[in-house]
Design a protein around this ligand. Structure first.
Ligand SMILES: Nc1ncnc2c1ncn2[C@@H]1O[C@H](COP(=O)(O)OP(=O)(O)OP(=O)(O)O)[C@@H](O)[C@H]1O
Length: 320
């Protein structure tokens, strides 16, 4: 694990969320497996993991929607139920939650009336970008509009912790940008935002802390930069003219992946080679040893998506 001490608030700050050795099983599946973690005020935390990694189960445990088999879950030093009744948590889950037959405004009004510290209904509608569809029945909404309504329900009042499960799925680009701008405001005001996502570019851009779950366990915990560094590989790309000897390239030392594609150059015969290497210096040195002349050579760190794939693939390989 990386970065446990770099992103967390000082040890004197009381955690917003505490998981201590939490396990949840479904039959033989360990959806959450001895998970321990702390989240602190003002953190924006992305929860990443492949399908079935345990992200939704973790959020359900956090919200008290499912009981843990063992271990302890705490919110603001109390149990999830007490924290939710006190209005300290706003949540936007993947599906469900929209009552058929009522209008958007009616549903938002209901959510506001249930919150101990509600915002004005008109503000909630405007912030979620749904004022113009306020009179529409919620069962007549598009997928993206329904997501905006869920977002409105999660921000109906002044909560200290906002939990979002794949919040931008189905939203168009404009809605996504507006959504994250609002979430940034919420975090800047000291709220903790925890979101599960499959959009790694969102995690990279938004989160100041990234958790990588795999088979119910925490594989990595740190800033996006730390996660990228943890993957321990770099990207090398270059163009080659003429026929490319892929077998020779595959023999390069420290190579973890290789793709060759047409470079689309006007000359027509060029190929672009993209490599991942755990020792880029040694790989490039050996590349020149092959007697080729690479053009446009670039060496860069991994993106968060590539780092995520590398970390989870390495774990899969270890376990198989
Ligand atoms: N109600 C349930 N009954 C049985 N198994 C379940 C149940 N809910 C989840 N699981 C299993 O627990 C594991 C974790 O599921 P979970 O939904 O938490 O993962 P996830 O990381 O949110 O996945 P995804 O990215 O696909 O949404 C999976 O193997 C899943 O099949």
């Amino acid at each position: 694990m990386v970065g446990m001490t770099t992103t967390a608030a000082p040890a004197t700050t009381a955690p917003v969320v505490g998981f201590d050795q939490v396990t949840k099983t479904y039959g033989s599946v360990r959806a959450v497996d001895g998970l321990s973690l702390r989240l602190y005020p003002g953190e924006t935390v992305a929860l990443l993991g492949p399908n079935g990694a345990g992200k939704s189960t973790t959020l359900d445990l956090l919200l008290g929607l499912k009981p843990a088999d063992s271990g302890a879950v705490s919110l603001f030093g109390t149990g999830p139920r007490e924290a939710i009744v006190a209005g300290r948590v706003g949540a936007m889950l993947q599906s469900g939650g929209l009552m058929d037959g009522v209008t958007v405004a009616e549903l938002v009004r209901l959510a506001c009336s249930l919150h101990p510290r509600p915002y004005p209904v008109s503000d909630v509608l405007a912030r979620a970008g749904i004022a113009q569809i306020a009179d529409r029945k919620v069962d007549k909404l598009s997928g993206g509009q329904a997501q905006r309504v869920r977002f409105a329900l999660a921000t109906a009042g002044d909560s200290d912790l906002i939990i979002l499960d794949e919040p931008t799925t189905g939203m168009d680009v404009t809605a996504r940008q507006a959504f994250w701008a609002t979430m940034r405001e919420q975090a800047d005001q000291g709220r903790t935002v925890l979101f599960a996502t499959h959009y790694l570019e969102e995690a990279d851009a938004i989160a100041d802390r990234v958790l990588v779950l795999h088979r119910g366990r925490l594989l990595a915990d740190g800033t996006a930069a730390e996660i990228k560094a943890k993957a321990g590989a770099r990207r090398v790309s270059f163009d080659l003219e003429g026929e490319v000897d892929e077998t020779a390239l595959r023999g390069l030392p420290f190579l973890t992946s290789l793709t060759v594609s047409n470079s689309g150059s006007a000359a027509g015969s060029g190929q672009t080679v993209r490599i991942q290497s755990t020792d880029a210096d040694a790989t490039v040195h050996a590349l020149y040893g092959l007697g080729v002349y690479p053009r446009n050579l670039e060496v860069a760190g991994l993106g968060l998506e590539q780092a995520f794939v590398a970390i989870t693939a390495a774990e899969e390989a270890k376990q198989s």
